[in-house]
Design a protein around this ligand. Structure first.
Ligand code: PLP
Length: 394
């Protein structure tokens, strides 16, 4: 037998284990320090009432002969797909058909699994810095990857250029880790490029709920032409605090055809073969969050994180530290002061302010000299972390 040797080409990511190790060593030296984690990508607000009620009710139903649900439809229950369609209609005026929506246990699985429907010979374009899943899943299957630099010069939003050869293009907007988001004009250029070259855009909209600027599209389908070139991934993880509950969805439009084949049909075949759906209570909870009543609660949580982001943005502006994000995103991508490298600034911040961030170099070469802050901590901790930072660095 032969193993998949491509796995030997995956770069070990030491990022979060190295962060944990440095924090552990620091705590050994200074046991009394009160650390504040501003690097975490996980949410902290609890599930909203509408989600909890729906989970309880659906679980009760499962314990009755009439309400029991066994295997559900692989694509997700109709009630949730309809709710997702109406969510898109409400927030962006985008019309989706129920058959185009595939419910899953989260965006990460779908982002990895979608590669099953593409040949290994396709050239893949990702941004640098990047959400590592895009890179590692392609390395696992042996695809060639090109990196598009996201720097201050292009507002951290790489654009297509003449001669770019890319069959599969990953775009994440609002972006993890930079927090930058494509406006309609820039996104249209990518859509036009993909349609002209027959490429497919894999659009990661996991943070769409943080968008408030009307010029920033919450879905790639707000852009004319996207239905013939883009697959969109979305998730309730950051929208509704489902990081532990697990529910997401992928949209594969009817009009997306390559080599005469509808990609929607291929994805349906893939999912019905390898996936058996998301649990009934979780789908009920997801639907409750997307309904207008649930949305009121969800928006309060998002507003909470956005307020944190605003406090952070004000602090960095006062300190004159250049940064991106924090406006339509929970992430702030901050340039290290005095030309420091990412890890050096991470250590400095840890030791002097007892604040933990994430070194940007862990997301790619272009991340060197930057750190990522998130707004997912509590309000009090965010205020305290910023107070310490100002006191030390002002
Ligand atoms: N996409 C991006 C850009 C993310 O940052 C994350 C999680 O941090 C995901 C996808 C994964 O989302 P999910 O929890 O739905 O798997």
């Amino acid at each position: 037998m032969k193993i998949n040797k491509n796995y030997q080409n995956i770069e070990e990511t030491y990022l979060f284990s190295e962060v944990a190790e440095r924090v552990r060593r620091f705590m050994e030296k200074d046991k009394s320090a009160t650390l504040i984690k501003m690097g975490i990508g996980d949410v902290t607000r609890p599930l909203c009432r509408a989600a909890v009620d729906a989970l309880v009710k659906a679980s009760e139903e499962m314990g009755t002969a009439e309400g029991f649900h066994g295997y559900g439809p692989e694509q997700g229950y109709e009630f949730l797909r309809d709710e997702i369609a109406s969510y898109y209609q409400r927030h962006s005026g985008v019309k989706l058909y129920s058959e185009e929506i595939f419910v899953s246990d989260g965006a990460k699985s779908d982002i990895g699994n979608i590669l099953d429907i593409f040949d290994v010979d396709n050239i893949v374009a990702v941004t640098d810095p990047v959400y590592p899943v895009y890179v590692d899943t392609n390395v696992m299957s042996g695809r060639k990857i090109i990196k598009l630099s996201a720097t201050a010069d292009n507002d951290f939003l790489p654009m297509p250029y003449p001669g770019l050869e890319a069959d599969i293009i990953y775009l994440c907007s609002p972006n993890n880790p930079t927090g930058a988001a494509y406006d309609k004009t820039r996104l249209k250029k990518w859509v036009d490029f993909a349609n002209a070259h027959g490429s497919v855009i894999l659009f990661d909209a996991a943070y769409e709920a943080f968008i408030t600027d009307p010029d920033i599209p919450r879905s790639i389908y707000c852009i004319e032409g996207a239905r013939s070139c883009a697959i969109e991934f979305c998730s309730l993880s950051k929208t509704a605090g489902f990081t532990g509950t697990r529910c997401g969805y992928t949209v594969v439009p009817e009009g997306l055809v390559r080599e005469g084949v509808q990609l929607r049909k291929m994805w349906l075949r893939r999912q019905s073969t390898k996936f058996n759906g998301v649990s009934y209570p979780v789908q009920r909870a997801a639907a409750a969050c997307l309904k207008e009543s649930g949305q009121e609660e969800i928006l309060q949580n998002i507003a909470y994180y956005k307020e944190n982001a605003t406090i952070m943005a004000q602090t960095f502006a006062e300190l004159k530290w250049p940064f991106a994000g924090g406006k339509n995103s929970p992430y702030l991508w901050v340039k290290c002061p005095h030309g420091m490298r990412s890890w050096a600034f991470f250590d400095d911040l840890l030791e002097r302010a007892n604040v933990i961030c994430t070194p940007g170099s862990g997301f790619g070469d272009c991340g060197e000299g930057y750190v990522r802050f998130t707004s997912f901590n509590t309000h009090d901790n965010t205020v305290e972390a910023m107070r310490r930072i100002k006191e030390i660095f002002a």
